[in-house]
Design a protein around this ligand. Structure first.
Ligand code: PHE
Length: 361
């Protein structure tokens, strides 16, 4: 029995002295492992006289349980201590920014396109794209600009060398002067009904405060069997009010002319000018923001659609122009000067939400 008591003191001391999980495991093996001290003594029980065996067996079992309990307790304490140590050394401030503030900015054109697409997408429009290099057919003829018609002079076109692999008006390559050419691609290649918007670069030979040789347009086309001028007005009025975030923004439609729409109109929005400043919203003045109209029957025919069956509307808008109005940017040319000071001032944070069209403010 004294042996067992000595052993108990020895093993207890060993377990308590273990100050990490490895040392504790060694203590466990030394006491309870296959070759451990308690296991060894238990193996000797068989050679004892029955009385002695009973008493020693009982004492050994007790010791085994005590040491097991002690090991468990020590393990918990060591794990807790290890966790506390990690928590104190690996502590960090969760309120710190995850990474440094983004250095770049979203260009106002990209931002404006995002905002517009969000609005038109919420109205059910799909997005289409078309090539920057067009031909005379898609940019003019199919859009009801007859050859030699003075309307072609409305836009100062950049012509490219003829394409020897094509014939006639399709050989006459040019940089598209408007996104209306995408209407033709869509109507010729897809089955009606159509409800699409497209955006992209457009080119005209012009350069001053309000004109650059390259600029951006967004174009919309709705074709089905019922769409009428009322739909056009409602759609564009909703668009303008959402885009400028002014619920009672006045809009008006003025008769205009485009070869590819009949009737044609230009849409103005209300504004006021005071002390040289311009404010969008109900006021005593108007600003033109887009061209629109009912798609001309000739355009439908040119694309293989029967104008007695199909009809619809189209609109086109300069993206820079409305971006300048919305964000108070005075000079169009600055959009393309790649001046980072300008971009830092007029650009947008990549983490900003566009506008309420996405359902969030
Ligand atoms: N393409 C015209 C322009 O560039 C805009 C427009 C598009 C007008 C569609 C009517 C319909 O000025």
């Amino acid at each position: 029995m004294t042996d067992i008591n000595t052993l108990k003191t020895e093993l207890t001391g060993m377990v308590e002295a273990a100050n990490d999980l490895d040392a504790l495991e060694s203590a466990r093996v030394a006491a309870l492992g296959k070759k451990g001290k308690i296991t060894g003594l238990m193996a000797g029980l068989g050679k004892m006289a029955p009385d002695e065996r009973k008493a020693t067996g009982q004492a050994l079992n007790e010791l085994k349980n005590e040491i097991a309990t002690l090991l468990e307790r020590q393990e918990k304490a060591l794990k807790k201590q290890a966790m506390e140590e990690r928590l104190s050394t690996e502590r960090f401030d969760v309120t710190l920014p995850v990474r440094p503030e983004p250095a770049g900015h979203i260009h106002p054109i990209s931002q404006t396109v995002e905002e517009m697409l969000a609005i038109f997408a919420s109205m059910g429009f799909e997005v289409r794209e078309g090539p920057d290099i067009e031909d005379d057919f898609h940019n003019f003829t199919a859009l009801n600009f007859p050859p030699g018609h003075p309307a072609r002079e409305m836009q100062d076109t950049f012509f490219l060398p003829e394409d020897p692999t094509e014939e006639g008006e399709r050989a006459k390559k040019l940089l598209r002067t408007h996104t209306s050419a995408v209407q033709i691609h869509t109507m010729m290649n897809e089955e009606p009904p159509h409800k699409i918007v497209c955006f992209g670069r457009t080119y005209r030979s012009d350069y001053d405060m309000t004109h650059t040789p390259m600029f951006h347009q967004i174009e919309g086309l709705v074709i089905d069997k019922q769409t009428h001028m009322g739909h056009l007005k409602g759609c564009l009025m909703d668009f303008a009010r959402t885009f400028f975030d002014i619920d009672d923004l006045p809009v008006r439609f003025r008769p205009s002319f485009f070869p590819f729409t009949e009737p044609s109109a230009e849409m103005d929005i209300g504004c006021s000018r005071k002390d040289g400043g311009l404010k969008i919203g109900a006021g005593d003045d108007w600003l033109e923001i887009l061209g629109c109209g009912m798609v001309h029957p000739n355009v439908l025919k040119n694309c293989g659609l029967d104008p007695d069956e199909y009809q619809g509307f189209a609109f086109g808008m300069g993206i820079e122009r409305v971006a300048m109005l919305k964000y108070g940017i005075p000079d169009l040319r600055t959009f393309f000067e790649s001046d980072t000071r300008w971009l830092n001032h007029y650009g947008f944070s990549p983490l900003d939400r566009p506008n309420r069209a996405t359902g969030e403010k």
